[in-house]
Design a binder for this molecule. Sequence first.
Ligand code: SF4
Length: 505
Amino acid sequence: MSNRGKRYLMKKTYRGIRQNISTKKLLKDELWVDSLSEGGDPLWAMAYPARYAVGMANLGFQYICTYLKELGVAVERFFDDIEGDRSLEEGRPVGNFPIITFSVVYEPDVKKMLNMLNRWGVSPLWKDRAEKREPIIGVGGSLSVINPLIFSHIADFVVLGDGEEVIPYLVKTVRGFSETGDRNEFWEFIAEHPSIFVPPLHLDMLRRGETLERKKSFCLDLSKAKGHALWVSPHTVFPDTLLIETQRGCFRGCPYCTIPSCFGRPRFRQLKEVIDDIRKASKLGIRRLGVIAPESGDYPWIKEVLKEIRDARLEVSFASLRIDNISDLLLETLVEGGQRQITIAPETGDQYFRVCCGKNFTNEHILDTLQKAQKIGLRKVKMYFMLGLPNEEDKHILETAKLIMEVKKNTGMNVVASVGLFIPKPQTPWANMGFSHSTYKNKVSLLKSAIAGLKGSEIRVQSAREAKEEYRITWANADDTLDYFYSDVAPNRNKTVEQLKNLGF
Ligand code: SF4
């Protein structure tokens, strides 16, 4: 390649992102739902360890940016696919920021976060950063509520719970640090908040088996939450969609799920606030809504919300829908808004197994609902299944194959079966259950061969390697140093449980 070619590429690298959309265009195409000032103090890097398209589709990430801006902080965004070490907004190098906070939602994002730090030339360990006077790193997001021990050697601090309750204190403390530059003092101050885990002060205590009495902080009054995203963009996985929240927590007791055990009791936004958000979207010319909730159909005023969406002639998608929550009104609203696909999570085709999973609905119920959906105009169904559930036998997997075939036969819809391996998660009722990684490939083969040749269907399978990595990361504990994330060592689940208990969980 000629030097000119190299320079051109470098220029593109600094200016743009890997998906060939310049940062300038990304910013220009963002619609601001609320007008908030830019600039402020201190400089604060807010990073999402995935692509722009994914990070901007995360309401939690957008909330934190909003809250920081409301408090007058100069927050600028970083994503995994923005080349170089520059912020999206001003193209500022990451080294200019005294603090970088990551929103980490999924286990694979931990490795992406480490890769971003490496790429930026920022030490991944808090110990090294302190010696080299590199930026403070904070972590929040779902994973820090499920198992904050993952970040024991990486983060200077980990927020345990909802940002609404912690951010004002955090901002005050970071402002103090910006003035003094005294890291030890920063750690001491920040540790005074009971919902912040501060590894530089707490790690050795945990390793010695001492108790810390940290506690998760939950925003129980959702009128304190922003409720909707700050930006709408055509370049996200939910293009041109305003994300609005209706609920946190879940009253269903699915024993594999982290929501009931990790994210606080169920709470709902007031209907009026949700309606106001829908009207705001309409007024701004936004045509699509994305409803964010652990289980959208459990919202007590879902009928009123659907009616408002229909009256406003908006398109809507839901983050999740239980089959026993899908009403005719909901199906009609989906179709009238232009949706052609529905996503459900039967988990298994075996009814007894499904009840054990906390999902008390039958295969007949699934077929009836999907037939209705097809008649109304939906053309595609995506179904989530798990393999490797506790006490699973081949006959249960064959029941899953049977359900997939019956859905195809009875509805004629395009069927996408998305299959993953059951991964026991910390703090859940099934935390102690086995992880059947070694037999996963055989289970997948059995399922695939049972539906081989089924036309108009597709099976998407989580790889065994991905599942194992997710399992290992989700169970990391304070004894696991950086090498652990790049090794094949089995996690010590008992140790993780003990340390989480000592942390105060
Ligand atoms: S799987 Fe869904 S319905 Fe079940 S507990 Fe989790 S969020 Fe609630």
